[in-house]
Write a protein of this length. Structure first.
Length: 500
């Protein structure tokens, strides 16, 4: 019997009522293993109503109450990390070790949420005028929503709802319909930890569910991670409806390799960052920029390493890279490789047509490496989101910097060099939100914020860290004067209030 994934509304499973379902496949076999219920407008409204009702008490709850539940949730999440990783592998296809790493990164933000009492500390200035004090506090927004992508079905939701809930908000999550099971299991564990009914709700679906969340008057803020076109739509639409928005878009992350770099370390990093999780990462390195005469040597070192990667089912411990999420996505990724030579690139490795014995119907693609890629080629211009690495050549640092800064994306970037001065210059001059120095995937730890520049971010706030706390709260300033019993009446004064 095919498994059915339903909604989670008001602290319990809510069977889909719309009659519409979407298929969920095992990427390693191509087999449809699950059906996921797609929410109607009415079902989204029910989830928002449950969150709105829960906010009446949760928004007034003490920090001690919130953090005690979060600590219990953290313990349950830690205890069930293997189970959640297995759900990720079954529906996304990534290898088990990578799925475990995803859960571990999500746990970092739960750790941050457990210490929310420090993040929410206000400020107080006493005696700013005679017997006048001024304080600044932060308060929750109300009902907030998260719309998350397929590539990290546990980590990205964990970047959102623990922090939002810790700040006193209630949450409606719309995860990717391609791999929905992990998000429901997270909600179940949070409920088991003692989270009141309605504080966290999960609705599945497509554009119908998304558009209703963007328009619903009771949703005060929307967090999103996904492609740039959708991020732009989310930001424009939700903002027009008066909502606060953080919408993280796509990327074309460059890794600059200077002539003095350790080329073995650079090659190891390039292969790991380009092909990990089959390239389905917004922080994947998809373009290496080789400066000077090192290009040929670097490409050969990358090729040698890439050819040894073991591709297979994610639940096989021997596998280092799994399949892509869908056959449609696999075919789109392959098209960039098959069309590369005609656009002037040199195809060093062609991973199209790759299959795994016994799993011929899986969504397989092998490793592809393109050298001397022109900036006009589609493989360079577009976010491919697959195991395709482009290598570009420049003669100087300045030329490389101009190339990188000319990209419409500005999510992450990295430089590999032994020269501290060059690295310092790069981190100041490059137009990207996250920079790695001899670190290929510079995803910040939980207490720093994640986010890009340019077409990689729409909205003013990055995700998690201090930016996340500020996004999920709003500031209020209180000015107070308490009269001393010995004070005489001051009388009416229509002048501007004095601070002395």
């Amino acid at each position: 019997m095919t498994k059915i994934v339903n909604h989670w509304i008001g602290g319990k499973t809510a069977e889909g009522a719309s009659g519409t379902y979407g298929p969920v496949t095992d990427p390693a076999t191509g087999e449809v293993t699950t059906k996921v219920a797609f929410a109607s407008v009415e079902e989204v409204d029910a989830a928002v109503a449950a969150a709105n009702e829960a906010y009446l008490s949760w928004g007034q709850s003490s920090l001690a109450t919130r953090t005690s539940i979060l600590f219990r949730f953290r313990a349950l999440l830690d205890a069930h990390r293997d189970e959640i990783a297995e759900l990720i592998t079954a529906e996304h296809g990534k290898v088990h070790s990578d799925a475990l790493g995803e859960v571990a990164r999500g746990l970092e933000i739960v750790d941050l949420a457990c210490g929310i009492n420090v993040q929410l500390k206000g400020e107080l200035s006493t005696q700013v005028a005679s017997r006048v004090d001024v304080s600044s506090i932060r308060q929750p927004l109300g009902v907030v929503a998260g719309i998350t992508p397929f590539n990290f079905p546990a980590m990205v939701p964990l970047w959102m709802f623990p922090l939002a809930i810790a700040c006193g908000n209630t949450f409606v999550l719309k995860p990717s319909e391609k791999d929905p099971s992990a998000s429901v299991r997270l909600a179940e564990l949070f409920s088991e930890a003692g989270l009141p009914d309605g504080v966290l709700n999960v609705v599945h679906g497509d554009k119908v569910a998304v558009d209703r969340l963007l328009a619903h008057p009771d949703v005060k803020a929307v967090s999103f991670v996904g492609s740039t076109p959708i991020a732009r739509h989310i930001h424009t639409t939700a903002s027009a409806n008066g909502k606060r928005v953080q919408a993280l878009g796509g990327a074309k992350n460059h890794m600059l390799v200077l002539p003095d770099a350790d080329l073995d370390a650079a090659a190891d990093a390039a292969v790991s960052a380009a092909y990990g999780s089959a390239g389905e990462r917004c922080m994947a390195i998809s373009a290496v920029v080789a400066v000077g005469a090192i290009g040929d040597t670097l490409v050969e070192k990358i090729r040698e390493r890439a050819e040894k990667i073991k591709i297979g089912p994610g639940n096989d411990p021997a596998s280092e890279m799994g399949p892509l999420i869908t056959a449609t996505h696999r075919d789109k990724v392959a098209s960039y490789v098959t069309g590369a030579a005609a656009e002037g690139a040199e195809v060093v490795l062609d991973g199209t047509g790759y299959t795994v014995d016994g799993h011929e119907n899986g969504h397989w693609i092998g490793i592809s490496l393109l050298d001397r890629v022109p900036t006009t080629a589609a493989a360079y211009r577009d976010e491919i989101f697959g195991p395709v690495l482009c290598v570009l050549r420049t003669e100087t640092y300045e030329e490389a910097l101009d190339l990188i800064n000319g990209s419409p994306y500005g999510n992450g970037t990295a430089i590999f060099t032994r020269d501290g001065g060059a690295a310092r210059r790069f981190q100041l001059e490059v137009q990207a939100g996250m920079v790695g120095v001899n670190v290929p995937i510079p995803v910040p730890v939980g207490y720093h914020s994640f986010g890009g520049w340019k077409d990689s971010l729409f909205g003013d706030h990055h995700i998690y860290g201090n930016d996340g706390t500020h996004f999920y709260t709003r500031g209020k300033v209180v000015t107070t004067r308490w009269p001393d019993p010995a004070d005489a009446p001051t009388g009416v004064d229509l002048g501007f209030p004095r601070n002395h």
